[in-house]
Design a protein around this ligand. Structure first.
Ligand code: NAP
Length: 255
């Protein structure tokens, strides 16, 4: 009976939901997954509709299919409402891939950090991951297939001064990835984390590159595509025996 209920309908469309996909790393992942896999792309973002629309158009121009799904990942009601509405409008379609990519920074020394900066950074990464993952996981487990990739950070591995909130958020994502991987491995759903170093996006626009470029063994920033290619591999069938792993994309910068 359960098998009948969870069988994938012949006309069902497999989808990839990427949070924070209007720009930066999320945009590159959305484009890459559309190019490499036969997936309909659900583009989540918080507020920049112009950028998200541009990403959607780029996917369509390359021959893929995509739609916008705006909501703030750290607001449970928004997450539920957006996904409930989407599922009601597409009853046979299903989310095969979830990329928890949305993230923000609010840097400052812990000594002076407003509590709201601590809370918001942690909420977007950790509550966002929790709400989205819990929402899609049941169906993945029933179907016995699915891929989850969490976009963490070097900051969550080594800790960065001035980023205690962000390091805590990303370190938490990594620990949750390892724990969840063990909970769900039996059902053939994998969950992995990717830990980028310094990648050329809006997030690091304000940083003085002269300070940290000498520290990077490759002496350059990473490109968003260099993160996206790894995510695309983790989502593929070729990565079916990899779970609970944290993979660095950092040009050799580990410490
Ligand atoms: P970005 O260019 O600033 O883009 C951030 C994306 O997240 C945008 O699409 C933004 O939407 C979305 N977003 C922000 N808050 C959100 C929320 N509450 N709900 C839904 N979407 C939200 O950032 P990025 O550099 O591409 O970073 C992407 C991920 O990689 C983040 O998790 C970041 O921590 C991680 N990372 C980045 C670097 C780096 O060097 N860039 C390094 C390590 C890890 P709007 O456009 O609508 O605001």
């Amino acid at each position: 009976m359960a098998e009948v209920q969870t069988a994938i309908m012949a006309d069902a469309v497999a989808c990839a939901l990427i949070t924070g996909a209007s720009k930066g790393i999320g945009r590159a992942i959305a484009l890459q997954l559309s190019l490499d896999h036969n997936l309909h792309i659900l583009l989540n973002y918080a507020s920049d509709t112009a950028a998200a629309t541009e990403t959607m158009m780029a996917i369509k121009e390359a021959g893929g299919s995509a739609e916008l799904l705006p909501f703030r990942v750290h607001h449970k009601e928004e997450v539920q409402q957006a996904l409930d509405t989407w599922q009601a409008e597409h009853p046979t379609d299903y989310i095969h891939v979830l990329i928890n990519n949305a993230g923000i920074t609010k840097d400052g020394l812990l000594m002076w950090m407003p509590e709201s900066d601590w809370d918001e950074v942690i909420a977007v990464s950790l509550k966002g991951m929790f709400y989205l993952t819990q929402y899609v996981l049941r169906d993945m487990l029933l179907k016995r297939s699915g891929r989850i990739v969490n976009i963490a950070s070097l900051s969550g591995v080594k800790g960065m001064p001035g980023q205690t909130n962000y390091s805590a958020a990303k370190g938490g994502m990594i620990a949750a990835t390892k724990a969840l991987a063990q909970e769900i491995a039996k059902r053939k759903v994998t969950v992995n984390a990717v830990a980028p170093g310094f990648i050329e996006t809006d997030m690091i626009k304000g940083l003085d590159t002269r300070q940290f470029l000498p520290l990077i063994p490759m002496k350059r920033l990473g490109k968003t595509e260099e993160v996206a290619h790894l995510v695309s591999f983790l989502v593929s069938d070729k990565a079916s025996y990899i779970t609970g792993e944290v993979i660095h994309v950092n040009g050799g910068l580990y410490s």
